[in-house]
Design a protein around this ligand. Structure first.
Ligand code: AMP
Length: 395
């Protein structure tokens, strides 16, 4: 990897500023954290830093969206401090402000690896605008910067880009390092064959990924709701399946450009209602009027398994059907299982629904990498330069 990581920097006696992702889901009524996965995911980096005798580890993160004063009360980072302290087994000093003497004194007076958690970065209007003064100010508080909030690196904000613009060394934490090692490598220098499996509801949300991967992958397998726009482009009837009429021409161009590389489902599980009740059957080719495709069929599943044979890198993003309904989850489940049974390959799961499916089905430790960022992983797979990664120093 050509980026500096925390293993390359000396943090002894230093104040280390870390951009983490503590944007945890909370119960709307009680405000309590409902899933602490993101805090748990940040622990290896924080613990590694603490093991290397820093003066202080100062943690920055956003939490929810903050537009009004009411949003501030709803998204107070204070809720994270006790959860983090318990997971770390160590006292965490929460600073309820994002600037000023209280923050500056807390950092200045810290010693022996004190962990400091700063208030929600989005309390500052300048955060999402990457206000240069704000990035410079936060940078002035520390000696070293660590970027570890992969889920936020596609955004050029003061905490993700402003700080490392002004503070060096700026290194990647373990979470970010893993995303670069897997997704970054898969889209820049993959071990081949590289097979991409793309699903989900819309062609429009995956245009960038399809375009980029058409130039990189050895095979692109399309499934999910977006497959019907491709089928429509081929002249097939799709009944009342999901369709993006304004993307038919684009789908046509991908089919032409992709040739054998692009693999579309050859059969479909259909129903006459968006429901688990009704006239459910499998068809090949045209979908009759009044019916909609809700999952890929058994022949398509078998074809995907065949395409996966011998693959060295697999990228998967988006479910193969309406997996929220168990009747139409088979395609997604079987893809999941197939990837879990490829120990020789780099199996990479994009964030969002596919990541949730892999975890829910108990395959999390059977795949190589589950991305921690939804939007960020999509943009990374689109081949875009993510500003928060660009801001990390080269080795
Ligand atoms: P996305 O957010 O674009 O990744 O899409 C995920 C959503 O696509 C899930 O909620 C699935 O239920 C939905 N989806 C997948 N296949 C289909 C389909 N055949 N018809 C309608 N929705 C689908």
């Amino acid at each position: 990897m050509d980026k500096l990581t925390i293993r390359d920097i000396d943090v002894a006696g230093k104040t280390v500023l870390v951009r983490v992702d503590f944007n945890v889901p909370r119960d709307a009524a009680t405000g309590k954290i409902t899933d602490d996965n993101r805090i748990v995911a940040a622990l290896p980096t924080i613990k590694y830093l603490l093991d290397h005798n820093p003066k202080a580890v100062v943690l920055f993160s956003h939490l929810g969206k903050v537009k009004t004063e009411e949003d501030k009360a709803k998204n107070d980072m204070a809720v994270v401090a006790p959860a983090l302290a318990e997971l770390l087994g160590k006292d965490v000093k929460f600073v309820p402000v994002t600037r000023g003497p209280e923050l500056e004194e807390a950092v200045k007076n810290a010693e022996n690896g004190q962990v400091i958690l700063v208030q929600n970065t989005r309390y500052e209007k300048g955060e999402t605008k990457n206000d240069p003064e704000l990035g410079k100010y936060w940078a002035s508080l520390g000696d070293v910067f660590v970027e570890d909030a992969f889920g936020s690196v596609h955004r050029a904000h003061a905490s993700t880009v402003g700080i490392p613009t002004n503070l060096h060394p700026a290194a990647a934490g373990f979470l970010l390092e893993k995303e670069i090692a897997y997704i970054g490598k898969a889209v820049s220098d993959p071990e081949r064959p590289l097979v991409a499996i793309l699903g989900g509801s819309k062609v429009s949300s995956k245009i960038g990924v399809i375009e980029n991967l058409l130039g990189i992958a050895d095979k692109i397998i399309i499934g999910g709701g977006m497959a019907y726009t491709f089928n429509a482009a081929k002249g097939l009837k799709i009944g009342k399946s999901l369709l993006e009429a304004d993307k038919i021409d684009l789908a046509k161009s991908y089919i032409e450009k992709g040739g054998d590389k692009l693999v579309l489902p050859c059969d479909t599980v259909i129903n006459n209602a968006f429901s688990e009740e009704g006239d459910i059957k499998v068809v090949e080719g045209d979908i009759p009027d009044g019916y909609m495709g809700l999952d890929i069929g058994p022949k398509s599943i078998a074809a995907i398994k065949k395409e996966l044979e011998g693959a060295k890198t697999v990228i998967w993003n988006g479910p193969m059907g309406v997996f929220e309904m168990p009747t139409f989850a088979k395609g997604t489940l079987e893809v999941c299982e197939a990837l879990a049974n490829m120990p020789e390959a780099n199996t990479i799961i994009g964030g969002g629904d596919s990541a949730a499916a892999v975890k829910q089905l108990g395959y999390a430790d059977k795949v190589s990498h589950i991305s921690t960022g939804g939007g960020a992983s999509l943009e990374y797979m689109e081949g875009k330069v993510l500003p928060g990664i660009a801001a990390v120093d080269a080795k």
